[in-house]
Every structure is written in structure tokens, then in C-alpha cells.
Design a protein around this ligand. Structure first.
Ligand SMILES: Cc1ncc(COP(=O)(O)O)c(C=O)c1O
Length: 406
């Protein structure tokens, strides 16, 4: 297995006197040197505010910022660069849709279809929208392995459904959702589809044109980019009809004392000074991922998953959530050790330098659905290798022994 660790200096760090085994990329990824250098390079050589300066430095900053937009456009295969709006995160992208697209297009009695595996950031904004306009939220069931139940989705779709919003890859179950089938069924009743790509964009090739989704939201920090930068992709004609999500500088055409007109896409959605460095850093992350190739990223993680699934399933008393077939399970593995609280597992693992997450993973409705309050979650990325999995398994055995003798 090829190693990519050398591009990530942080992976040489020691934690509790142990080599760092970072298995929490589902929460945030590490950044390769190329991204950190792009950020430093921008601040050291090109830092200026964008769009409004006619001087050279501002032009340079603007060029880098807009080049990042082009990179993101090509990364997700959007047809038009004006469809790429820079936001703060997936959370902000989804909130903008709920606050801006929502009230302009939904009314009392309309329905929004979600799934039981959504992250809180793809639930709460819709609850608030539903309360605001009098719409109803409905949830699509999962089967006993955690896959989306397409029949249930089709049963619940009707001409009342205005939005279907779902994740591309579950941050707990590791399942992919059948996006194309969902889009086809949703479009047949006139509903729009929002895809939460927070866990999708980092781990698989994405083609929003081929998927035919109406909106796509993702975060830079989970795909090797900086924190504080995210993306909202929207079909051009839908974005064009949407009222701005925020108001202020940069997004206007002409400001009068009592009213103003707004500028064209994408600036209309980028009020104020944006996260210029963040966008440039995200552009560098896209460059890095593309230099490796998203198919290679996916294949590397599939190898890790196959190895981890075998090793974890061999541990007595360990329950894995989601499909047991490693080919159907991607990027994250959530599990519990019988008789040991997930927080205790994570604490013991940390003593061995193995950093995993424990808790509800911002998916409390899914935890309720699974009948658990919390799980441990190990999540992988390109910079992990088989030795990381071995260290996870060894540390889990230590945790088991420790609690057996309590
Ligand atoms: C599936 C999914 N959606 C949305 C989010 C929210 O992402 P962010 O916190 O970057 O806005 C996450 C983050 O964990 C996630 O896993």
C-alpha cells in the first residue's frame, strides 16, 4: 500500500508519547504541506482584499480566489463557475438554502423529505423552515443494514414533496445513498434534491451534473482544505431565483438610501469580505486530491476498510453499525465494545495515541433509530495505512482487558 503520510507533517507528532494514529478524519481531515504552503504563500505574497482594488496586489488576490472557484467547479463537474458559491461550511450552505430558497419556494402543507441518517446540520435548518412556513418534515426509513430504503422513499414522495435532502455518505453507517435513483424519483414528482456532500466530496469522485442534483453542499476542512471555507453548488436557474442569503458589501449593484439592487451570481451570495485564504487553501486541496486522483483515494480507503472490517469483526463483543460487507462500507466505522462506554474506549485509545471520536456524531435521530446513545467511530483517509488499523485493534484489545479487570 502506497503511503501518503510524508505529505502530512502533523502525522509525525507524538500523542501521549505514542506515534499519532489519526482516525477522526470524518470530523476534520489533516492538511497536506501543499495546502499549508498555499495559505502561507497567499499571506506572504498576495494578501489584499479582492474584487474592489484596481491595484496589482488586489488583482493578484482576486485571480487566486477566482482560480479556486474554477478548481472547485471542475472538481465537482459543475457546468458553470457561477454555480459555485463560497460559504463557511456545509452547515452554512444548508442553512442558506433553508433560509433563502426555503421561504421563497415552500408554503404551508408542503413536505420536506429527509432520511434517518442525516447529520444535525441537515435536519435542524429544515425544522426551523418547516415551523416558519408550515411545511411538514418526513423521514425515509433505513433497512436492517443501514441502507436507505428506496421503496419507502418512493412511497413517501408525492406532489406535496418540494424538497428531498439527504447525505451522500453517512458519517456513522458508512453507507452511500443511491443518489441517482433518489433524484429520478424526486424529480418525477417535481421535488428538488439537496445533497449533503460533507462526507462525499472528500472520499469519492463527484459529478453534480451526472448526479443531476439541484444543490450540493460540502466543507473544505473535511477534504484536506482549511476550516472556515465551504461550498454551495446550485443549479444556475435556481440560484438565480433565490433571494440573497446575506446583505452588505460585494453583493450589491447599486445602493440607495432606501433600497438597493443586487449584483450577479456568484457575488450576489458572497456578501462582505469572504474567506479569501480559505478559498485559496481549498483550491490547493483540490489540486492535491486531483494529483492523487479521487479514484485512487477511493481505492486506498477501500483497502483500509477491508482490512479494518476483518480485524474488527474478529474482536469478541464488538458490534459494528452499518453493513458488514466492507465493499458497501466507506470511510467511517462506528462500533461499540460490549460493556464499555464509548467515551471510555476513546479515552483508553487516546493513551495509545489512537484518536477516534465517541458520541452521537451529530446524528441523534440516527442513534435513536439504532437504539444506542453513542458509538465509537474510527474514520479513515488517504494518509492512513494498515499499521494505523493494527494500532487501533491493539488499543481496543487493551481497552477490553482493562475493563474486564475493573
Ligand atoms: C454528513 C455530514 N453533514 C454535515 C456535516 C457538517 O459539516 P460542517 O461542520 O463542516 O459544517 C458533517 C460534519 O461532520 C457531516 O458529517
Amino acid at each position: 500500500m502506497k503511503t501518503y503520510k510524508n505529505d502530512f507533517d502533523i502525522l509525525k507528532t507524538k500523542v501521549n508519547d505514542q506515534p499519532l494514529t489519526y482516525l477522526d478524519s470524518g470530523a476534520t481531515s489533516q492538511k497536506p504541506r501543499q495546502v499549508i504552503e498555499a495559505l502561507a504563500d497567499y499571506y506572504e505574497h498576495d494578501n489584499a482584499n479582492i474584487h474592489r482594488g484596481i491595484y496589482t496586489l488586489s488583482q493578484r488576490a482576486t485571480d487566486h480566489y477566482e482560480a479556486a472557484r474554477d478548481k472547485v467547479q471542475h472538481f465537482i463537474h459543475a457546468a458553470d463557475r457561477r454555480s459555485i458559491i463560497f460559504t463557511r461550511s456545509t452547515t452554512e450552505s444548508l442553512n442558506w438554502l433553508a433560509q433563502s430558497y426555503g421561504p421563497a419556494n415552500l408554503k404551508a402543507g408542503d413536505e420536506i423529505l429527509l432520511t434517518y441518517m442525516e447529520h444535525h446540520s441537515n435536519i435542524v435548518p429544515w425544522q426551523v423552515l418547516a415551523q416558519r412556513v408550515g411545511a411538514k418534515l418526513k423521514y425515509v426509513a433505513l433497512d436492517d443494514q443501514g441502507f436507505l430504503d428506496l421503496d419507502d422513499l418512493k412511497r413517501q414522495l408525492s406532489d406535496k414533496t418540494k424538497l428531498v435532502t439527504l447525505t451522500q455518505l453517512s458519517n456513522v453507517l458508512g453507507v452511500k445513498t443511491p443518489v441517482k435513483e433518489v433524484v429520478k424519483a424526486a424529480h418525477a414528482v417535481g421535488a428538488k434534491v439537496i445533497l449533503d456532500g460533507a462526507q462525499g466530496a472528500p472520499h469519492m469522485p463527484v459529478d453534480v451534473t451526472d448526479l443531476d442534483v439541484d444543490f450540493y453542499a460540502f466543507s473544505g476542512h473535511k477534504m484536506m482544505g482549511p476550516t472556515g471555507i465551504g461550498v454551495l453548488y446550485g443549479r444556475l436557474e435556481l440560484l438565480d431565483q433565490m433571494p440573497p442569503a446575506q446583505y452588505g458589501g460585494e453583493m450589491i449593484e447599486r445602493v440607495g438610501l432606501y433600497e438597493s439592487t443586487y449584483t450577479k451570481l456568484p457575488e450576489r451570495f458572497e456578501a462582505g469580505t469572504p474567506n479569501i485564504a480559505g478559498a485559496i487553501g481549498l483550491g490547493a486541496a483540490v489540486d492535491y486530491l486531483q494529483s492523487v486522483g479521487m479514484e485512487t483515494v477511493e481505492a486506498h480507503e477501500a483497502e483500509l476498510m477491508a482490512y479494518a472490517m476483518d480485524k474488527l469483526q474478529a474482536i469478541d463483543g464488538l458490534t459494528i453499525y452499518g453493513p458488514k460487507d466492507s465493499k458497501q462500507h466507506h470511510a467511517v466505522i462506528a462500533f461499540n465494545l460490549a460493556g464499555v462506554h464509548p467515551h471510555d474506549v476513546a479515552t483508553i485509545l487516546d493513551q495509545s495515541g489512537v484518536e477516534v471520536r465517541a458520541g452521537h456524531h451529530c446524528a441523534q435521530p440516527l442513534m435513536d433509530y439504532l437504539g444506542v446513545t453513542a458509538t465509537v467511530r474510527a474514520s479513515f483517509y488517504l494518509y492512513n495505512d494498515l499499521a494505523d488499523i493494527d494500532r487501533l485493534v491493539d488499543a481496543l484489545k487493551v481497552a477490553q482487558e482493562y475493563f474486564a479487570y475493573e
